[in-house]
Design a protein around this ligand. Structure first.
Ligand code: GLU
Length: 387
């Protein structure tokens, strides 16, 4: 077992209760399977009221709460009679357009019982990837929180295209958590955390209460994504955990099925906590580290890999292969020669120029390109290595 995983502790050993109650800002992600009755697609109103009570309790403690809720498609497909089979993307988009109204209305009603106002924000992947839109979404959410409004976020499923969409709210919630500098992200789902293997097929599978790094060992514990209404499963939850940890945000996977799921966690109910080990990064680095859709990649040699791990910039001399078509300033994946993804960075050169200077000394840049660009192909301030 890896040193990053603790499966022999109990929750009381790690005393997880303060992980939520002491957070200044909490993002709560609610899965479709919790919000709706599986067969009917009806919203579970009593349960939602209990979540609203928990949110109101957080706010009474002075905590900011942001909700990321799934369920638009699950609710809308029922309304449109699109049941009993898997849907095409256009049908999902139509279902989301219908269901989102009902979803937002249900939250509004549940939180109005505590005089809490709700604001709906629908995001696309690009809204979190593209720096200007990312900053814009962040400042809107900050403004809403300062007005004591609870933002209710979902993916803008109606216009998100197949290639450029999150498709699951686990990664969306993690991106949002890092974007708004939340201290804690809680994924309320239908399972009480990560197990060594799938507990549905192996009843003896051990539960993991604490993870500090999502490495290959941890990833191997997640099975394939399930079929059904939800798009996530453990795979996207672990991807969410990587994003959250890279941004210095702790994350829980918890079973949210019973009433008052947040209060239950505070009371010590079993879940898995993913805990960041490093200092929170600057907002800019958090954005770079969470980019999901880099437009190209740069493969580097082992000397450059060693230099990057010591915190240095990437020089053209260490680059062996440039692939994809990107402009100066675009996000790229940095890969080792054996294909391992080392991290992400913003390239100081477009792909054509990057290719020309790859493998060359910085002093040769002028001669090769006819202009004197930056010495580094990816400056360390524009580089975030995976943790
Ligand atoms: N955005 C989708 C919805 O609201 C859910 C995605 C997911 O299941 O994570 O229906």
């Amino acid at each position: 077992m890896s040193e990053h995983i603790h499966s022999d502790q109990t929750l009381s050993d790690i005393n997880a209760a303060p992980f939520i109650s002491t957070a200044k800002r909490v993002v709560v992600k609610i899965g479709s399977a919790l919000l709706t009755e599986g067969d009917t697609g009806a919203i579970r109103r009593d349960w939602l009221n209990s979540v609203a009570d928990d949110i109101a309790a957080c706010r009474a403690r002075g905590q900011d709460v942001v909700v990321v809720s799934s369920g638009a498609i699950a609710v809308g497909r029922k309304r449109l009679g699109l049941t009993g089979r898997s849907l095409r993307l256009e049908e999902k988009q139509a279902a989301a357009a219908t269901g989102q109204i009902q979803l937002a209305h249900a939250f509004e009603e549940a939180l109005a019982r505590h005089d809490v106002t709700v604001a709906q924000i629908l995001l696309t992947l690009d809204d979190t990837e593209e720096r200007r839109r990312h900053l814009n979404a962040r400042s809107t959410i900050n403004q809403l929180l300062s007005l004591k409004v609870t933002p209710l976020i979902n993916e803008n499923d109606t216009i998100a295209t197949q290639e450029i969409r999150f498709g699951d709210n686990d990664r969306l919630a993690a991106r949002v958590a890092v974007m708004v500098s939340a201290d804690a992200l809680v994924l309320l789902s239908d399972i009480d955390g990560l197990y060594e293997s799938d507990p549905r097929t192996n009843p003896d599978a051990r539960h993991i209460p604490e993870v500090r790094k999502v490495d290959a060992n941890v990833e191997a514990m997640a099975g394939a994504a399930p079929v059904g209404y939800s798009s996530g499963g453990m795979v996207t939850k672990l991807q969410g955990a990587k994003i959250a940890l890279a941004g210095g945000c702790r994350m829980a996977i918890a079973n949210g099925h019973a009433h008052h799921p947040l209060q239950r966690l505070i009371n010590g109910e079993r879940c898995t906590w993913f805990l960041p080990t490093s200092e929170p990064r600057t907002a800019r680095k958090r954005w770079i580290g969470g980019i999901l859709n880099p437009v190209g990649s740069i493969v580097i040699d082992s000397g450059a890999e060693a230099a990057l791990s010591k915190g240095r910039s990437l020089l053209p001399a260490g680059v062996t292969v440039v692939s994809g078509s990107f402009e100066r300033g675009d996000p790229v994946t940095i890969q080792a020669a054996d294909g391992r993804v080392l991290g992400r960075g913003l390239s100081a050169y477009g792909s054509a120029d990057a290719e020309r200077i790859a493998g060359h000394k910085t002093g040769e840049i002028y001669q090769l390109l006819g202009y004197r660009g930056r010495d580094e192909i990816v400056h360390r301030d524009d580089l975030v290595l995976d943790q």
